[in-house]
Ligand binder design. Structure first.
Ligand SMILES: Nc1ncnc2c1ncn2[C@@H]1O[C@H](COP(=O)(O)OP(=O)(O)OP(=O)(O)O)[C@@H](O)[C@H]1O
Ligand SMILES: O=C(O)C1=C[C@@H](O)[C@@H](O)[C@H](O)C1
Ligand SMILES: [Mg+2]
Length: 174
C-alpha cells in the first residue's frame, strides 16, 4: 500500500476503531483528523465550535485533511468531512475512499453507549442520538459519492477490516 486510505461515514460508524485495526493489519500509519485537531489546537471539537462556530471547525477540518495526507497511512476522517465538495474531490484524487455504512439505529446505540460529548457536540441542537437519523439521511448521498468502496459496518471490527482488505485486493487485481 502506498496511497492513503480514507475512512468516511457518520458519527459512530467506526472510522476510528476500524482505522486503528486496519492500519495494524496493513502495517502502516494511522491518523485521525479529529485527533489531529485535538492535539494541534489543544481544543476539543466542542471548544472549537464554541469559539469559531461550525464554519470555523469545517475550515480547520479541511486543513487537517491536507496536513495528514501521506503515503502508507490509514486516515479516519470526521463524520462531516464529506460536506465540502473540495474534500470529497481531494480524497478521491489522493487515495482510496472507504464508506463504512451502518443504519441510524445502530449508530444511535453506539453513540448512546459512548457519547464523547466533547468530540461530538450536537449538530442541530437536538440530542445526538435523535439527530443522527436526519443527519445520516442528509449525508448518505455524499458518503456514497465520495466512496470507492462501501462496506457494511454493522459487523464486528475484525470482520470489517477483513471486508476492507478484500475490497482493496479485488480492486488491485482488476
Ligand atoms: N463495528 C463495531 N461494532 C461495535 N461497536 C463499534 C464498532 N465500531 C465502533 N464501535 C464503537 O462505537 C463507538 C464509536 O466508534 P468510533 O469512535 O470508531 O466511530 P467514528 O466513526 O470514529 O465516530 P466519529 O465520527 O464521531 O469520530 C466506539 O465506542 C466504538 O467502540
Ligand atoms: O458528523 C460530524 O459532523 C462530526 C463528526 C465528528 O467526527 C467530529 O468531526 C465532529 O464532531 C463533527
Ligand atoms: Mg472517529
Amino acid at each position: 500500500m502506498t496511497q492513503p486510505i480514507y475512512l468516511v461515514g457518520a458519527r459512530g460508524c467506526g472510522k476510528t476503531t476500524v482505522g486503528v485495526a486496519l492500519a495494524q493489519a496493513l502495517g502502516c500509519n494511522f491518523v485521525d483528523t479529529d485527533h489531529y485537531l485535538l492535539t494541534s489546537t489543544k481544543m476539543s471539537v466542542a471548544d472549537i465550535v464554541a469559539q469559531e462556530g461550525w464554519d470555523g471547525f469545517r475550515r480547520r477540518e479541511s486543513g487537517a485533511l491536507k496536513s495528514v495526507t501521506a503515503p502508507n497511512t490509514v486516515i479516519a476522517t470526521g463524520g462531516g468531512m464529506v460536506l465540502a465538495e473540495s474534500n470529497r474531490q481531494f480524497m478521491r484524487e489522493h487515495g482510496v475512499v472507504i464508506y463504512l455504512r451502518a443504519p441510524a439505529q445502530i449508530l444511535a446505540s453506539r453513540l448512546e453507549a459512548f457519547p464523547e460529548e466533547g468530540q461530538r457536540p450536537t449538530l442541530t441542537g437536538r440530542p445526538i442520538t435523535d439527530e443522527i437519523v436526519d443527519v445520516l439521511a442528509a449525508r448518505e448521498a455524499l458518503y456514497n459519492e465520495a466512496a470507492h468502496h462501501v462496506i457494511d459496518a454493522t459487523r464486528p471490527p475484525t470482520e470489517i477490516v477483513e471486508a476492507v482488505l478484500a475490497a482493496l485486493q479485488k480492486a488491485h487485481a482488476s
